[in-house]
Ligand binder design. Structure first.
Ligand code: IPE
Ligand code: MG
Length: 224
């Protein structure tokens, strides 16, 4: 979800105004994802690198996360959304932590849409934490398969993403789902996140539908 700051700057408003608009997009897109029959949606909302931003902006982002859970959790639970916050819990304020845990616990019985919020998330950090967890579990590291290792990632039990969409014209992975996105298809759109809407999502899904996924195999004409 990129482009909140530029969206606000274009309106001569503070960056936090853009983040607030970005939350409105989250509300719409989570609903749209459900309507379109998506089973799993992961939103990158705060990275382990975002701590380098100005204090006031970080505070605004933390406040928005709280507001989102406080304001939307009951409705999300009613609508069948199961929430998981992926990322490290280290460095998060106790009040934010409490809400994250509440969101996960309250929605744990749901299964219509798996909503992951990548918050205080970095792909390298996740892999490192998974490695430490695997070691601490007493598992036989030497015999460990990729599937075994994935059980220690924050996304354990979930399928790898089929499609990664990045808004606002940037064409980078920015430490996102490094392990899980190994064979994901990518769609990059110029649209800034606050402007991203259902037709942009449908357009991305249509682009995805035209892709031939081979997962490293030879094109099928050569196979035949
Ligand atoms: C994305 O918007 C939201 C977060 C990273 C929290 P940005 O804040 O990165 O917006 P730009 O890139 O400055 O436009
Ligand atoms: Mg950005």
């Amino acid at each position: 979800m990129d482009g909140n700051g530029r969206w606000a700057e274009a309106r001569r408003r503070p960056r936090s105004f853009g983040h607030r608009a970005g939350v409105e997009t989250v509300r719409r897109i989570v609903e749209d994802a459900g309507d379109l029959g998506l089973r799993c949606l992961t939103l990158y909302s705060f990275s382990t690198e975002n701590w380098t931003r100005p204090k006031a902006e970080i505070a605004a982002l933390m406040a928005l996360m709280k507001e989102y859970i406080e304001g939307d959790l009951a409705r999300l639970v009613r609508e069948g959304v199961r929430i998981r916050i992926i990322g490290t819990r280290q460095g998060l304020r106790p009040d934010v932590l409490r809400l994250i845990e509440l969101a996960e616990a309250r929605s744990a019985h749901n299964s219509k849409l798996q909503l992951n919020i990548a918050f205080n998330y970095g792909g390298r950090d996740e892999i490192l934490r998974a490695m430490k967890r695997a070691a601490a579990s007493g598992a036989d590291i030497a015999a460990m398969s990729e599937a075994d290792f994935a059980q220690h990632l924050d996304t354990h039990g979930q399928p790898d993403p089929d499609l990664v969409i990045r808004t606002s014209g940037e064409q980078r992975i920015s430490n996102y789902l490094l392990w899980q996105a190994a064979y994901a298809e990518f769609v990059f759109t110029e649209t800034l996140w606050p402007d991203f809407n259902k037709s942009d999502l449908i357009e991305a899904l249509q682009a995805f539908a035209t892709r031939t996924r081979r997962f490293g195999a030879a094109p099928s004409s050569e196979v035949a």
